[in-house]
Design a protein. Sequence first.
Length: 255
Amino acid sequence: MKITLLVTTFNSISQNYYAILKHKGFKVDIVYAINEKQMIDEIKQFNPNIIICPFLKKFVPKEIFNTYPTFILHPGIIGDKGAYSIDNALRENKTLWGVVILKANDNFDGGDIYSSVDFDLRDTTKASIYRNEVKIASIKALEILLQNLTKKNFIPQKQPNTPMHTQLIQKYRAINWQKDTTKQIIKKVNEIFHKLDIDDVSSKYPSQISGGMKKRVAIARAVITNPKYIFYDEPTTGLDPNNASKVLNLIKEIH
């Protein structure tokens, strides 16, 4: 069987999926989700039996999921829909979370569920949850998906008709020093650190982090209270394209 991995970036979970599928003897191709035409053309050239999306931040074009069975890994429990799933779960003090693999259709995160794995949710950072519980659950979910696809009598579970959860933009991460508890403040700091890909800086001294990380810490500190006016002076200078993009996306959220 030929399988395409459609990804935004080839992150740790995508790498795990690639290694597992190759070890099982599947022919595996990787397509980066850059733009619609490029995705359609590259997938058409490989002509896979199925497509799996272990880490995707773009919508799958209808032409793709109507032509090839397309399965999306979502880091949320059954019924959860939308981006920032883990952030919202931590904010709401959930104790049980999980991952699902659902089949892409016209409804965002609304397709039938072919695999699901739950886990206990620790009160920690999103990065820690993603690198540990989500990573392990995702591997188990892939195994279940592959098993279910071989079962002639398998019937996928319908995704409940639940609303999208709140899209977590910067105004919701802003600290209110008069109202927020210490726990809420720490969570908000961790959220913006993850947004800027500097999760580990909270446990390090300034001398232990790079110049680019220091710059992103300064940006996080500047926006964390949602000030009325922010003056930017070349905020992406010295940052690589990936981290510069994260900073620009944050600025777009604010404005």
